[in-house]
Design a protein around this ligand. Sequence first.
Ligand SMILES: [Zn+2]
Length: 103
Amino acid sequence: MSEETKVTSTETAAPAAARAERPARPFGKKRFESRRKVCKVCAEKIDNVDYKNFQFVKSFTMESGKILSRRITGTCAKHQRQITKAIKRDRNLAILPYSLPKK
Ligand SMILES: [Zn+2]
């Protein structure tokens, strides 16, 4: 009985010691760098997004024709609204695609 208890005590003690010996995680070091997203429309000082500027508007769409979300592009709410409107106008005018067929 006494031996069994001894074994269990050593078993529990060993991993604890190993945990203590393991080097600490490098907190505070460069694990990932968060880059600040800047609204492209604000940066270029465009006050109103124009549907005729389709080359610029196109940069906010995916290759498949989907509109990229604000989360991805980092545009501000005001300009995202203007961009979506411009994209939808361009789609209606057949300047931009609604979708592209899958290859
Ligand atoms: Zn903006």
